[in-house]
Design a protein around this ligand. Structure first.
Ligand code: ADP
Ligand code: ADP
Length: 238
């Protein structure tokens, strides 16, 4: 019942081993913090899961499917199971919060449909429900660039919910936020993971946030996993 698993993943860039024999698996609803210094390999993990890069060795499986075995169409479908949020929220600024969430529902290639307001009524209801779950129903019709940073990141989480992804990859999602907004965003991430069973893999450089918000912490150093355990154990080790 692992939703995401890496087995023996190795990726080199020339002489640099960005990842060396990395193995771990995520269960539904699990919130895992990925920590490690700059250059440790966190981004490379994400690139392997989205198949922006193919590992030199090892396998990456999403919902039990080895990504290397998938056809182009199957890979596109698998990618929809993986939602992404970034440090810079990557919303479309001129659009409302609601339309940004709808864009997730339709896939980025279909964003023009949102702009042209051609989308099914059911999608609109779903998008509003997703905004409600991140506490932003009252901001649905505001332009996303009029929202605070924390609110924009919560819109990005709602967009992943609308896409019905089973895995959420969060790449330093709170690095540009003040501490209070960072707590709000990570609290929402935990809630949606628990409620919907989405597995969250979240790169964080603040170790205290990893301890407080993750179920489990995986620490990378020079491309290797040096620690993988409950956040409480990490507390003791660090
Ligand atoms: P992190 O996200 O933890 O900062 P990365 O996954 O970006 O780490 O990088 C891991 C290692 O791989 C680093 O040594 C980095 O310099 C190297 N690296 C990453 N991407 C490339 C690339 N496209 N070309 C060459 N080296 C790369
Ligand atoms: P978050 O903490 O997730 O950013 P909140 O709704 O909790 O969102 O607001 C946090 C703080 O940001 C509050 O003090 C609020 O007044 C302020 N805030 C709300 N909207 C905006 C905005 N559009 N621009 C700047 N600050 C805002």
């Amino acid at each position: 019942t692992d939703v995401l698993s890496l087995h023996g993943v190795t990726k080199r860039y020339g002489a640099t081993a960005a990842l060396a024999d990395v193995s771990f698996a995520l269960k539904p609803g699990e919130v895992v913090a990925l920590v490690g210094p700059s250059g440790a390999g966190k981004s490379t993990v994400f690139r392997c899961v989205t198949r922006l890069v193919a590992p030199d060795a090892g396998t990456v499986s999403v919902l039990g499917q080895d990504l290397a075995s998938l056809s182009g169409g199957e890979l596109r479908r698998a990618r929809r199971d993986v939602g992404l949020i970034f440090q810079q929220f990557n919303l479309i600024n001129r659009m409302s919060a609601l339309d940004n969430v709808l864009a997730g529902r339709m896939g980025h290639v279909a964003t023009w449909r949102v702009v042209a307001r051609q989308f099914p009524r059911d999608d609109r209801q779903l998008a509003l429900a997703c905004l409600d779950r991140v506490g932003l129903l009252d901001k649905a019709y505001q332009r996303s660039d009029s929202l605070s940073g924390g609110q924009q990141q919560r819109v990005a989480i709602a967009r992943v919910l609308a896409q019905r992804s089973r895995i959420l990859l969060a790449d330093e999602p709170v690095s540009s936020l003040d501490p209070q907004s960072a707590d709000n965003v990570l609290t929402v991430l935990r809630q949606v993971a628990q409620e919907s069973g989405i597995a969250v893999l979240c790169a964080l450089h603040q170790v205290d946030l990893a301890r407080r918000f993750a179920d489990r912490v995986i620490a990378l150093k020079a491309g290797r996993i040096v620690l993988d355990g409950p956040a409480s154990a990490f507390n003791a080790a660090a």
